[in-house]
Design a protein around this ligand. Structure first.
Ligand code: B12
Length: 245
C-alpha cells in the first residue's frame, strides 16, 4: 500500500486492531505541529507524517489504595502498564510496516535526558493532538471517561491515517489536583490549549525532588512515581458523574 490521501476505512481498521491488542484508547495526530516540541533526536519526526497516541487505563482499585505516597501495587501496575503499552506499540508498528508504512514505536516511559527529564517526544502532547484528552491543571492528559488514570505510548508512522483533533478542556474551576499535591507543585493555572513550558503549570523542581528524592526510594516502589494528583482528579473516579454527563 502506498502513502497518500488519508483513508477513513484504513484508519478505522488500524484503530480497531490497536484496541484488539488491549488498548483502551487510540487516536491520530498530525505530526507537523509536533515539530515545535523538544524532540530527541531533533529530526525524530522527519520520516513521519502521523503520530498515533495509544492509552490504557489503570485499575481504579490501585488508586483507592494511595493515600499520601505511591504503593507497591501502584509501582507494579505502572511497570505492567509500561510493558503492555510498549508491546502494543511494537506490534502496531509491525502491523503498519507489513502494510508498507515505516513506523517507529516510542517507549512509554523512557527518559533520554536524565538531567532535564525529557523523553523522545511528549506522549501528552501527542495524546492531546490526537483527541484522547485535554492537558489538565496537573499537566497530565485527562480523558473524559478515565480521567488522568491512563498511561500513554506513541507510534510514529508514515501511514495515510485520518487525523483526530484536540478536545475542549473541562477542568473549569476545579482545584482538586492542586489541593492534593503534597508539595504544592501544581500552580492551578488553566489553559484551553497547552502550556508553553511545563513551569507555566508546575513548580517542576518540587515535583521532581519529591518523586526522585523520596518516593522512588520507598520499599518496593523503586520508580519516580506518585499518583496523588491522578487520584484527586474527579474525572475517572469510580462513581463520579464527571465524564458520563
Ligand atoms: C520525564 C517524565 C517525568 C518527570 C518530569 C515530568 C514532566 N512534567 O515533564 C517526573 C519524574 C517528575 C514525572 C512525574 C510524573 N509523571 Co511522568 N513522564 C516523564 C516522561 C518520561 C517524559 C516527559 C517529557 O519529556 N516531558 C517534556 C515536557 C516538555 O512535555 P510535557 O510535560 O508533556 O508538556 C508539554 C507538552 O505536553 C505541551 N503540549 C501539549 N499539547 C501540545 C501540542 C503541541 C502542538 C505542542 C507543540 C505542545 C503541546 O505543553 C507542555 C509544555 O511544553 C513522560 C513520557 C513521555 N515520553 O511523554 C512521562 C509521563 C508524562 N508521566 C506520566 C505520569 C503519570 C507522571 C506522574 C503522575 C507520576 C506517576 N506515574 O505517578 C507525575 C506527574 C507530574 C506532573 N504533574 O507533571 C504519564 C502521564 C500520563 C497522563 N495521563 O498524562 C507519562 C506520559 C508516562 C506515560 N507513558 O503515560 N514524569
Amino acid at each position: 500500500m502506498k502513502a497518500g490521501r488519508p483513508r477513513d476505512d484504513y484508519t478505522e481498521r488500524i484503530k480497531t486492531n490497536i484496541l484488539a491488542l488491549g488498548a483502551d484508547l487510540a487516536g491520530v495526530a498530525d505530526a507537523e505541529p509536533l515539530e515545535a516540541l523538544r524532540l530527541n533526536p531533533p529530526h525524530l519526526l522527519d520520516p513521519f507524517s502521523r503520530a498515533i497516541s495509544i492509552a490504557i487505563r489503570l485499575p481504579a482499585a490501585v488508586f483507592e489504595e494511595i493515600l499520601d505516597r505511591p504503593t507497591p501495587n501502584y509501582a507494579t501496575a505502572y511497570q505492567s502498564a509500561n510493558r503492555i503499552l510498549d508491546e502494543i506499540a511494537f506490534r502496531t508498528a509491525a502491523m503498519l510496516e507489513d502494510d508498507g508504512f515505516p513506523s517507529l514505536p516510542i517507549a512509554a516511559s523512557q527518559v533520554l535526558d536524565t538531567r532535564n527529564w525529557y523523553g523522545a517526544i511528549s506522549h501528552k502532547a501527542v495524546g492531546r493532538m490526537a483527541g484522547l484528552g485535554w492537558q489538565g491543571k496537573s499537566l497530565l492528559l485527562v480523558n473524559s471517561l478515565y480521567g488522568p488514570r491512563i498511561r500513554l505510548v506513541t507510534v510514529l508512522t508514515s501511514a495515510p491515517l485520518k487525523v483526530d483533533g484536540p478536545i475542549k478542556n473541562r477542568c473549569g474551576r476545579c482545584t482538586m489536583c492542586e489541593d492534593a499535591c503534597p508539595v504544592g507543585a501544581i500552580k492551578g493555572v488553566g489553559t484551553q490549549g497547552h502550556y508553553t513550558r511545563r513551569s507555566d503549570a508546575l513548580h517542576f523542581s518540587r515535583c521532581v525532588e519529591k518523586l526522585v528524592g523520596e518516593f522512588s526510594k520507598l520499599p518496593n516502589v523503586g520508580a519516580p512515581i506518585c499518583g496523588i494528583c491522578i487520584k484527586a482528579c474527579p474525572f475517572g473516579q469510580k462513581g463520579s458523574k464527571k465524564g458520563r454527563e
